[in-house]
Design a protein around this ligand. Structure first.
Ligand code: ZN
Length: 360
């Protein structure tokens, strides 16, 4: 590829990322996209930048063999996974990695294959065994699964997301859409759950100086007390988004304790979340480094030091609650170990505070 072809390829990655963002398969900074340059190099989206903000110079070029990269922007932390996928699948020229809701949730049940269908055709989606994000072990697990299931253009990365391959971007995007539809049907058929997803905002607030400003004028006194308790006990909290989505409400009614089933839950929310039995216990459940506070039959209050953080927590919580309900109804699941969660949670907070330092 010459320079103008490379620029075109970078622009194409950005266009596809915006398309996937629009249909909801890519959200915020999560997931990544790459395209093959030749049999030694690929282009990939950077780490930690929102899809809306991408520009061509942010898309770095990575060497498949020594994993070195050119450019000022650090490639997405999952570049090792892309490198092995291009090596195993010589026919593949475009890869989309998403944290899409239904496929990610189907990948928490501890199964090695998801059997479903798409437009009356049977579909089998392999699930690559879990390993911590960014590790060689994860790349090995993905390579193993791609070798074993040579005809699969889409696989699930257990407790994490998907990897969708194609000879071109159209095929990779189609694979991601097909997997989401098939995994939604799987959850409906196997777990008997037909869930909407997203954030359903109840009573949110933020701090202006020491003053709590509520988004809704007629916020009930009962709810105001919860906000006051959270700001009182969590000095880092500046924004609270009250999420009353279908899945979060269901968990707030039925569950006692959530352990992470997805990497992003462990990173952004915490290693363990209790759901109190009555409102009197809410205060004791406001914990340092746990960014949600459940209230029985009232959803959850999602905490952030910025509005952006609180929103990320709210989105990840909704997906985590769908996974939780799916695993409950399935009767079994693959939970992340406490040590894995702790490691990811610490790493995320550390790299996040570094990022915040740079911003200021
Ligand atoms: Zn990922």
């Amino acid at each position: 590829m010459n320079q103008s072809e490379l620029l075109e390829a970078r622009k194409h990655i950005i266009r596809i990322s915006r398309d996937l963002h629009e249909i909801g398969l890519l959200v915020r900074t999560w997931g990544n996209i790459s395209s093959r340059v030749d049999d030694k190099h690929f282009l990939i989206t950077p780490s930690g930048i929102k899809y809306e903000d991408l520009t061509p110079e942010m898309i770095s070029i990575v060497d498949m063999d020594d994993l070195s990269y050119e450019g000022d922007y650090q490639p997405s932390s999952e570049y090792k996974v892309h490198a092995v996928a291009y090596k195993v699948r010589k026919d593949c020229n475009f890869i989309v990695h998403t944290h899409q809701v239904f496929a990610s949730c189907a990948g928490t049940m501890g199964i090695r294959k998801v059997f479903s269908y798409f437009e009356d055709e049977d579909l089998t989606i392999p699930v690559a065994r879990y390993a911590l994000p960014g590790t060689k072990k994860l790349a090995d697990s993905v390579a193993h699964t791609l070798r074993k299931f040579k005809d699969s253009n889409g696989i699930i990365m257990e407790n994490h997301g998907t990897l969708c391959l194609g000879r071109n971007s159209n095929e990779a995007v189609f694979e991601a859409e097909m997997m989401e539809s098939a995994c939604n049907d799987f959850l409906i058929d196997v777990c008997k759950m037909d869930m909407t997803h997203g954030v359903e905002v109840g009573f949110s607030s933020h701090l202006e100086g020491d003053k709590i400003v509520y988004d809704t004028k007629d916020t009930p006194e009962r709810v105001k007390r919860i906000h006051e308790m959270i700001y009182g006990k969590r000095p880092d909290a500046k924004y609270i988004i009250h999420n009353k989505s279908e899945a979060v409400m269901m968990v707030s009614r039925r569950a006692n304790h959530m352990r992470p089933l997805l990497d992003d839950f462990a990173q952004l929310i915490g290693t363990s979340v209790k759901i109190p039995n009555n409102e009197g216990e809410v205060y004791n459940n406001i914990k340092k480094n746990v960014n949600v506070v459940f209230v029985p039959n009232d959803g959850a209050y999602c905490i952030g030091s910025t509005e952006d953080d609180a929103e990320a927590v709210a989105i990840v919580l909704d997906k985590g609650c769908i996974a939780y309900m799916a695993v409950m109804r399935n009767g079994e699941g693959h939970y992340l170990s406490y040590f894995e969660c702790l490691k990811m949670n610490r790493h995320y907070r550390k790299s996040y505070s570094k990022l915040a330092d740079i911003k200021e």
